[in-house]
Design a protein around this ligand. Structure first.
Ligand SMILES: Nc1nc2c(ncn2[C@@H]2O[C@H](COP(=O)(O)OP(=O)(O)O)[C@@H](O)[C@H]2O)c(=O)[nH]1
Ligand SMILES: [Mg+2]
Length: 195
């Protein structure tokens, strides 16, 4: 729920391969009503505003840009790198190609980001109902450690699993803030829907 007083929102770009669950996790974070039956049309571009209760007034807000996602060797258009204060890179631990793609996306970010201090985090979106046969989690953890990126394991079907990365990110982006106690998110705007 949005409160009346908002501080300046930080801009976050949600990146990763198509179908890793980017839209599910952001919709779950904000609405909390995503189930395995929920189907989304492929994203073109959507903008969400998450109002984050960090335990202090006013709330902080994140302006989160959901993207179409990358396929093959494609890259994000250069202008996407002009605005982000943070990048959230999402992969599916059952799909090694989606982790490999993050290395390419990270290089692309390093080459093109306009905000030198932009924060990057990685989310492994665990698809709960598939057998445990995906990526060796050491590979992802080692890569993140080398790149000095914080790695979180989440499940888009479990809203509570999403709070920690988003609250931590909000606090990193608004360093004056101290510890958070509880988080509420609201979607107040969505545009350029694909349907
Ligand atoms: N079982 C399971 N399926 C998921 C999860 N997250 C996403 N999916 C499924 O993966 C598909 C693609 O999700 P979507 O959010 O549209 O991917 P996007 O292209 O990265 O935005 C959908 O059919 C979702 O139902 C998850 O955490 N668990
Ligand atoms: Mg999507």
């Amino acid at each position: 729920m949005l409160t009346t007083k908002q501080s300046k929102s930080a801009k976050v770009l949600l990146c990763g391969m198509k179908n890793v669950g980017k839209t599910c996790l952001i919709e779950q974070l904000i609405y909390g009503n995503v189930t395995l039956e929920t189907k989304y049309n492929p994203t073109i571009e959507d903008i969400y505003i998450a109002s984050v209760d960090t335990g202090k007034s006013p709330r902080e807000s994140l302006r989160i840009f959901d993207t179409a996602g990358i396929q093959g060797k494609a890259e994000y258009p250069k202008h996407y790198h002009q605005f982000p204060d943070a990048y959230i890179l999402v992969y599916d631990p059952q799909d090694p190609a989606s982790l490999d793609m993050l290395a390419d996306i990270k290089s692309d970010i390093d080459r093109n980001k306009e905000k030198k201090e932009a924060v990057i985090i990685v989310l492994a979106n665990v698809h709960s109902n598939v057998p445990d046969s995906g990526i060796d989690s050491h590979k992802a953890n080692n890569w993140c450690a080398r790149e000095k990126i914080k790695h979180y394991t989440v499940n888009a079907m479990e809203r509570a699993s999403l709070y920690e990365p988003f609250v931590s990110l909000t606090i990193r982006l608004h360093p004056a803030q101290s510890k958070s106690t509880f988080t509420q998110f609201s979607k107040v705007m969505q545009k350029t829907k694909s349907d």
